[in-house]
Design a protein around this ligand. Structure first.
Ligand SMILES: [Mn+2]
Length: 318
């Protein structure tokens, strides 16, 4: 059995899901973001028996490209798609018609869904990896995660998960770092045992403290949201800190990743009135970009020229 796993490179849930798939199927792992997903699917070797895709939502402008690549895979191998980002019924049906085996639940994180999918061939300790994903994706109060958490010391899981997430925030730009995390997790190593991880987490903690001050100085309030243009690696962190710094229900961080394009992260509180993933999928599509996500955490890419329009629309709806 030759399996390739393509998973989201940007957070612990994506890395955790990849590690779980690798531990179960000995898959070779390709970490990916949204902008290189189609390219990575094209590059998967033709002689594989299975492709497992984790934690990358496809309900956006690239759907037709995605489906055409998916059909090429399902013509010769199994294609298992494990995800929890908002997905319309239309997309769901199109994926099924393309022969994709869909494991999708908006209430669970991808790591937990991956654990459930491959449970029979995994050691019990893999549940801990699933919980790292749940904790860092704010989904540890889901029915499955709650049950799993009862089997562990909660504080231990929280500490390991947060250590990993902070270390990733600090070192994700270092080539090979995220790949090493996946392979060590797949070997059932704990984050605190991984070389450089506790140190990187501590550095990130100091940096987050400094970043909170930067956000206070550099952010701007617009209606019920606060936004900031940043060059931070984790736009998600900036968006989160904006909420607290300005006492608003929605934080928006924008970063010019490629020239002329903003990568945008949204984080909302329970006072935010809209489903951010669905709202952003609609708005970004209308503004020439693409995106989506969860109810209170979402992201998109849009042309820089349309950022003002996006902020205006969001400030009216949040
Ligand atoms: Mn996730």
């Amino acid at each position: 059995m030759r399996v390739v796993c393509i998973s989201h490179r940007k957070d612990v849930d994506g890395l955790g899901a990849a590690a779980i798939v690798a531990a179960s199927t000995r898959a070779s792992v390709v970490l990916s973001d949204y902008d290189d997903l189609i390219a990575n699917m094209k590059e998967a070797p033709r002689d594989i028996d299975g492709l497992v895709l984790c934690d990358l939502g496809t309900d956006n402008a690239d759907l037709e490209d995605f489906l055409s690549e998916a059909r090429k895979v399902t013509a010769r191998a199994t294609f298992t798609y494990i995800d929890h980002h908002a997905m319309s019924t239309t997309t769901r049906n199109k994926l099924r018609r393309a022969g994709v085996r869909l494991v999708h639940d908006e209430k669970e994180c991808s790591s937990v869904l991956a654990y459930k999918t491959f449970e029979k061939s995994l050691p019990l300790s893999a549940r801990k990896i699933a919980l790292y994903g749940a904790v860092t994706d704010y989904m540890d109060d889901s029915p499955l995660s709650k049950k799993m958490m009862e089997q562990f010391d909660r504080q231990m899981v929280l500490l390991e998960a947060t250590m990993l997430s902070y270390a990733l925030g600090r070192r994700a730009g270092t080539p090979g770092f995220a790949e090493r995390i996946v392979s060590e997790l797949a070997d059932m190593k704990q984050p605190h045992e991984m070389e450089g991880v506790p140190e990187a987490a501590e550095e990130q903690l100091a940096e987050m403290t400094a970043l909170a001050d930067e956000v206070k100085a550099g952010g701007k309030k617009q209606g019920r949201l606060a936004y900031m243009i940043t060059d931070q690696y984790s736009t998600g962190n900036v968006a989160k800190l904006l909420i607290g710094a300005f006492g608003v229900p929605l934080g928006v961080a924008l970063k010019e990743k490629n020239e002329g394009w903003y990568e945008v992260s949204l984080r909302g509180t329970s006072d935010c009135k809209v489903h951010l993933g669905r709202t952003l999928a609609e708005l970004s599509g209308r503004l020439g970009g693409s995106g989506g996500g969860h109810a209170k955490a979402a992201g998109c890419r849009i042309p820089v020229a349309h950022a003002e329009r996006l902020l205006l629309e969001l400030s009216k709806r949040a």
